[in-house]
Write a protein that binds this ligand. Structure first.
Ligand code: AMP
Length: 273
């Protein structure tokens, strides 16, 4: 497995490759969720590149940029075992100039839900993902449905900027008790981890309601809020797969999303119906 720390080195490596390339961008502290993306890429492409970069421009003032979990040695072992061909580990200086153009997420869909609660977050995500896609020129790039709105923003960027890459959405990986895997789960105390199960419980309840023909979104979100009552809810929302607000669940075109704080840890989860 090759390791690169500058864009120039990776661009040269990529140029020598004529075969299909899968790309998996991550912020490290890899878990089974990341590994499932990597495995899918390895299965579907001749070569797989993984990036590990904690991107400062997508963190807001006061968020966990400085304390974000760092497990580089373990991450490299995981990548090697999973069959990754190259890992990109740039530092901030290698990725950003002091004064450079910025990207702004779409004014409407980029400023709801995650975009509303974390203003500027998607601008930073899109900026770094565009840089990474330019550096790696992948045939396919893999993103988790766990970050559903991020996935949608990236799919839109690819469409709006006519980027030549296939975006592959990947299923959410959960612990056996339902908790969606996240690098931030390590912040949870034992008690908080139990409370964190409320997210997947609320989503399960929503699924059950839909299965019993209860399609009214306001009824579903109300029932979910009751499940989540001892967490600090940021939003419980039901949208169609283009992130339009809807009144009634549309089967095969709906995403139910939740964002909540458990203690000081912000957790998100969702289900596609
Ligand atoms: P991150 O390192 O948190 O930026 O995540 C890197 C990629 O892994 C993103 O595309 C995430 O959506 C995806 N991801 C994170 N957690 C999960 C999970 N539990 N299941 C599937 N994909 C995930």
């Amino acid at each position: 497995m090759r390791e690169f720390s500058t864009p120039a080195e990776l661009i040269t490596y990529r140029k020598e490759m004529t075969k299909s390339v899968g790309f998996v961008p991550t912020m490290g502290a890899l878990h089974e969720g990341h590994i499932s993306l990597i495995k899918q890429s390895v299965a579907e492409n001749d070569k797989t590149i993984v990036s590990i970069f904690v991107n400062p421009t997508q963190f807001l003032e006061g968020e966990d940029l400085d304390s974000y979990p760092n497990k580089i040695a373990a991450d490299l072992k995981i990548c090697a075992l999973a069959g990754v061909d190259a890992v990109f580990l740039p530092n901030i200086q290698a990725m950003y100039e002091k004064d450079e153009l910025t990207i702004t997420a779409p004014k409407i869909k980029g400023f709801i839900l995650e975009g509303y609660n974390r203003p500027g977050h998607f601008d930073g995500v899109l900026q770094v993902v565009l840089k990474l896609l330019n550096i790696t020129s992948p045939t396919r790039a893999y993103f988790g449905k766990k970050d559903a709105q991020q996935l949608f923003m990236i799919q839109n960027m690819v469409k709006h900027l006519f980027l030549d890459v296939q975006i592959i959405p990947c299923e959410i990986v959960r612990e056996s008790d339902g908790l969606a895997l996240s690098s931030r789960n390590v912040y949870l105390s034992e008690k908080e981890r139990l409370r964190a199960l409320k997210l997947s419980k609320a989503l399960k309840l929503a699924t059950k309601m839909v299965m019993t023909q209860q399609f009214k979104c306001s009824d579903i979100t109300l029932a979910m809020q009751e499940v989540l009552e001892d967490t600090k809810i940021e939003y419980v929302e039901i949208v169609d797969r283009e992130f339009n607000h809807i009144e009634e669940v549309e089967i095969k075109n709906t995403i139910i999303l939740v964002a909540t704080f458990v203690g000081t840890t912000r957790l998100i989860d969702n289900i596609w119906i």
